[in-house]
Design a protein around this ligand. Structure first.
Ligand code: GLA
Length: 646
């Protein structure tokens, strides 16, 4: 079958495969006995077929012998339940047993394959944290204490940082400190936040151990691990700094009408995590997954469309999970490039082949960059803190807040990067802060000086509330931003499910808000919109404040989609931001540039053909055909990659 596989890969234009991701129990079937002959054969076959390998370190699923001999390496939940072998990812990230065994395996892999001609990239672990984002066992508890000691130095400082006088939680000795295991009610929020930081760091330490071995044995071979879009448990800003190539796994739900918007947002995040460097779509399915209750198939053309979308958003590679659909195991109903049945009768195979052949014509795209004038502030620590329990409203969710701001940009073809609050923002015209519940002095100072220096910023409600210890910034909400915004929030009035409040814009336009409302007292800011009726009647809902050389807007409720789109459209136009294309609804337009030359991606997310007005002629790299200025026809779920004017 392997020979047949290589032949089919060649037919589909496959030039890179991920290999060995879950092969530890085959490579090391007994402790210390490594059997690589079978893997050598696969590597050689692929190489002979002109196919390169993203070779896994195989550490994502330890073999049964390891946990049998060392059950203490198994992870435990907050309830103290051990998670046994028999699935995958059953390891405690802090376990010296796991770390030692995986390091020995990686040393074997790295020595054996460092100079194999098929080796193009190392794939460390797999989707770190996917099933076990945190472990609460005794080994983890001890590692957590050491991490806290390094962070705080003394138990007194820990007590201060965690506010332990509340509910009599004061610690007298490090040995009393625990992970936030199951407690009668909410564990200390600062403890929970630190445990999230620790858990992300512990998994990153596992990655780092492998990374160090790999770079020692095969310097120059890029190292990656696959991300999972907006994956809450891992602070990917930190992780991406340690990767040579950012790679991502994207599994859109074809039954979600906003799936295209969501994967565009993930693509922008991946490009931003790599600080603009091209990334790779490491995994997507050719059609269905197996892990939703109902696994809706991609429509014909949708896999190709979403692949092009990843490229449009900055990817230089498009890959899949999985090559051939397996006969046994938990994922046998997950679609693959090669199905159970004969390829000759598979429409999915046809689309896979077409895509592979087309991508070969896109060399001009490789290495090109995406230039954005808009930045969206997004911070993992703030996300963690925002979604801790016991809040004025636990309905405020980080991803939903991001989407509320991203949706109008996507619909209008305005490109945005994601940034950390402390990043250099000077190259952006507009900065959006959908929610930044937690902010440190440095982040607050960076955002404030962006506005002072002439930038335009829009900030959403419930931002600037807590500091990095999860303590309130005193002095009136949102204290770190009150001067910049020219207001103070005197009180919060969260809205119940189904409740909404009227919002009246200064130009007479009306909309509504839900989820949240608040009593804003302006001190310099002007109302762009006010609440209508109820307790907040005629009080500001959306404000605008000239601050230094710039302008800061504040949005004190969740605006309905039309009002949000109208507001952001006015703001970005005034800030000098232009869309990539003003075209029909449902058509995504993106540009990647090489120097002053540009490549326009047109993606039709609709199931029917559409005509797109083009200002410039060029060449469609997908099929080499000339493109004329004027109306350009895109078929249902069609995609074009147009080299503009060169
Ligand atoms: C993840 C994993 C793969 C596979 C797919 C299924 O992306 O990395 O091993 O389980 O999910 O969608």
């Amino acid at each position: 079958m392997w020979e047949e596989d290589v032949r089919l890969m060649q037919e589909a234009g496959v030039n890179l495969v991920s290999l060995g991701i879950f092969s530890w129990s085959r490579i090391e079937p007994y402790e210390g006995r490594y059997e690589m002959a079978w893997l050598d054969r696969v590597m050689d076959l692929l190489h002979a077929g002109g196919i390169a390998v993203d070779l896994a370190t195989a550490t994502a699923s330890p073999p049964p012998w390891l946990s049998r001999h060392h059950p203490e390496m198994l992870p435990a939940t907050a309830d103290g339940v051990r998670l046994w072998h028999g699935a995958r990812q059953h390891y405690c990230p802090s376990s010296p047993v796991y770390r030692g065994a995986s390091k020995r395996l990686v040393e074997q892999m790295a020595t054996h394959y460092a100079s194999h001609p098929a080796l193009a990239m190392w794939h460390v672990g797999n989707e770190f944290g996917c099933h076990v984002p945190a472990c609460y066992c005794d080994v983890s508890a001890e590692a957590f204490r050491r991490w806290l000691e390094a962070r705080y130095g003394s138990i007194d400082d820990l007590n201060r940082a965690w506010g332990t006088d509340f509910w009599s939680q004061r610690y007298s000795d490090w040995g009393e400190v625990l992970p936030p295991r199951r407690t009668p009610t909410w564990p200390n929020p600062s403890q929970q936040l630190d445990f999230m930081r620790f858990s992300s760091d512990e998994l990153l330490a596992c990655y780092e151990i492998e990374h160090a071995v790999l770079t020692e044995h095969s310097p120059g071979v890029p190292v990656t691990t696959n991300f999972m879009r907006f994956f809450k448990p891992l602070d990917y800003w930190k992780w991406a700094e340690r990767e040579d190539i950012v790679t991502d796994d994207v599994y859109q739900d074809p039954s979600d009408p906003e799936a295209g918007m969501r994967s565009a947002m993930a693509g922008d995040l991946m490009r931003s995590l790599g600080r603009g460097r091209p990334w790779v779509l490491m995994e997507q399915t050719s059609s269905r997954v197996n892990w939703r209750e109902v696994n809706v198939a991609k429509a014909p053309g949708q896999m190709r469309l979403w692949s092009y979308q990843a490229v449009a958003r900055g990817a230089d590679g498009v890959m899949f999970f999985q090559w051939r659909q397996s006969r046994a195991g938990a994922e046998k109903f997950h679609s693959a490039m090669v199905p159970h049945g004969p390829v000759s009768s598979s429409p999915v195979w046809k689309e896979v082949k077409q895509l592979g052949q087309e991508l070969h014509g896109l060399d001009a795209v490789c290495g090109s960059r995406v230039n954005a004038d808009v930045a969206i502030v997004f911070d993992w620590e703030s996300w963690w803190a925002l979604e801790l329990p016991s809040k004025p409203s636990i309905r405020i969710r980080q991803e939903a807040q991001l989407e509320d701001y991203y949706r109008p940009l996507f619909a209008a073809n305005v490109i945005a990067d994601f940034v950390r609050p402390t990043d250099d923002l000077s190259r952006y015209k507009l900065v959006l802060v959908p929610n930044l519940y937690l902010v440190g002095d440095d982040g607050a100072a960076a955002l404030t000086s962006f506005v002072r220096n002439g930038g335009t910023l829009v900030m959403g409600f419930f931002s600037g509330i807590a500091d990095p210890f999860e303590h309130i910034h005193l002095g009136g909400y949102p204290a770190p931003f009150a001067d910049m915004l020219g207001l103070r929030v005197a009180d919060w009035l969260p809205l119940a499910d189904g409740e909404s409040v009227e919002v009246v814009f200064a130009d007479g336009g009306k909309g509504h808000g839900d989820l949240w409302s608040e009593l804003i007292e302006t001190s310099g800011a002007k109302a762009v919109a006010s609440f209508g009726g109820g307790r907040l009647d005629r009080h500001a809902a959306v404000t605008r404040h000239e601050f230094g050389g710039g302008t800061a807007y504040y949005v004190g409720t969740r605006l309905d989609q039309a009002s949000m789109a109208r507001l952001l459209h006015t703001v970005w136009t005034a800030a000098g931001v232009s869309p990539q294309l003003e075209g029909p609804a449902g058509v995504e337009a993106m540009r990647r540039s090489v120097g002053r030359r540009s490549i326009l991606f047109l993606l039709n997310h609709r199931p029917s053909a559409v005509d797109v007005p083009l200002a410039q002629a060029g060449t469609n790299l997908v099929d080499g055909s000339p493109v004329h200025a004027g109306l350009f026809r895109l078929g249902p779920y069609g995609a074009a990659v147009i080299r503009e004017g060169w």
